[in-house]
Ligand binder design. Structure first.
Ligand code: SF4
Ligand code: SF4
Ligand code: FES
Length: 348
């Protein structure tokens, strides 16, 4: 199995693993951002360039560096490869340039955008963007379009990541959705006005990393950080029925799929669960959703600590720092005590 070193962490991975997947196996801050790659969708990635990394050694056999930054979501690991992400200031500067490109035509809509607070582009701009823009020309704008009755397309905010197109291709029958034209006149459009009535079309909203595709049934109902996300499930014949209810008091304002730490949907949900079951009595509530990303949504709510996940994270950190693994017989009480101390220390 090939071995790769990413930001000084070495890992052995199966043949055919990409640099991004290897980085995710290591985890933590060294994982490059990804605005178009989506592990649940085939052939995604390769469009946005946010995941670029610097390859300082191509492989053990051919140790020459790669001449330019490469898209980590599309570049396979070679044995002996050495990669830099956060440890390369030039690479971070190059990523800043990518973010600047993504924002060239993007509107300053955050104060009125439904995606605010859970937007990958906001997070990306915060972590990697420049403070100001150098762009002086008129930004391109589009009229908002209704895709069926439930989805609103605001093309002006689209970053052309193609994720929604992959969902249309891979989850729904009969593609009625695509990217038209090229360059700065590209748009996710046409046939879409004919409505996407497929049972799983709502998942396009969840995969969209920005506020270009939003849920018409939730638009302007509330800022997302004023809602309380709850894990809930119901018996559904079309999907797993596992979802997140975004609640205000007893009211269910929105139903969405559950997402993992990379903001990717864990299991696709059907439109019945998403749009037709907005009463608490139709669901079995499991408890508060753990919002794993640094998010404004988790502020002032409640803290739900996933002890099992925390243990895995600590294990992984210790392993990659060359320290000792936490002993398997570590008691739950000991572990909880250590976890509390770690959290208190992190808050200081
Ligand atoms: S898509 Fe994201 S960055 Fe763009 S306006 Fe909406 S919240 Fe802001
Ligand atoms: S609408 Fe959203 S998901 Fe579709 S290409 Fe644009 S940014 Fe990506
Ligand atoms: S995530 Fe790799 S190019 Fe977009």
């Amino acid at each position: 199995m090939p071995k790769v070193t990413i930001d000084n962490h070495e890992i052995e991975v199966p043949e055919g693993t990409t640099i991004l997947q290897a980085a995710r196996m290591i985890g933590g801050d060294i994982v490059p951002p990804a605005m178009c790659y989506y592990s649940k969708l085939k052939t995604s990635g390769g469009y946005c360039r946010t995941c670029i990394v610097k390859v300082t050694q191509g492989s053990a056999k051919d140790p020459r560096p790669m001449p330019k930054p490469v898209a980590s979501c599309r570049t396979f690991v070679m044995d002996g490869m050495v990669v830099q992400n956060t440890t390369s200031p030039e690479l971070l500067e190059a990523r800043k340039g990518v973010v600047e490109f993504l924002l060239l035509n993007h509107p300053l809509d955050c104060p009125i955008c439904d995606q605010a607070g859970e937007c990958d582009l906001q997070n990306l701009a915060y972590d990697h963007g420049a403070d100001t823009t150098r762009y002086q020309f008129e930004r391109r704008t589009f009229e908002k379009i209704d895709i069926g009755t439930k989805i609103k397309l605001h093309m002006t905010r689209c970053i052309l990541c193609y994720r929604c197109v992959k969902v249309a291709d891979q989850l729904t029958e009969g593609r009625v959705h695509g990217v038209m034209n090229r360059g700065d006149v590209s748009e996710i459009s046409t046939y879409i006005t004919n409505a996407i009535e497929n049972d799983f079309s709502g998942n396009m909203i969840d995969v969209c990393p920005v506020g270009a595709l939003t849920d018409n049934t939730f638009r302007f109902a509330s800022r997302v950080w004023f809602t309380k996300p709850m894990d809930a499930h119901r018996n559904c014949t079309k999907c797993s029925g596992k979802a997140v209810l975004w609640m205000k008091g007893e009211e269910v304002l929105r139903v969405s799929a559950r997402k993992d730490m990379y903001n990717e949907v864990e299991e696709w949900i059907c439109n019945d669960c998403r749009y037709e079951n907005k009463s608490v009595s139709q669901w079995t509530i499991e408890g508060p959703r753990h919002i794993s990303k640094d998010s404004v949504i988790s502020q002032n709510h409640y803290e739900h600590i996933d002890l099992q996940k925390l243990k895995l994270d600590i294990n992984r950190q210790i392993k990659f720092q060359g320290g000792k693994q936490i002993e398997e017989h570590y008691s739950r009480a000991q572990f909880e005590e250590e976890s509390k101390k770690a959290l208190q220390a992190a808050k200081k």
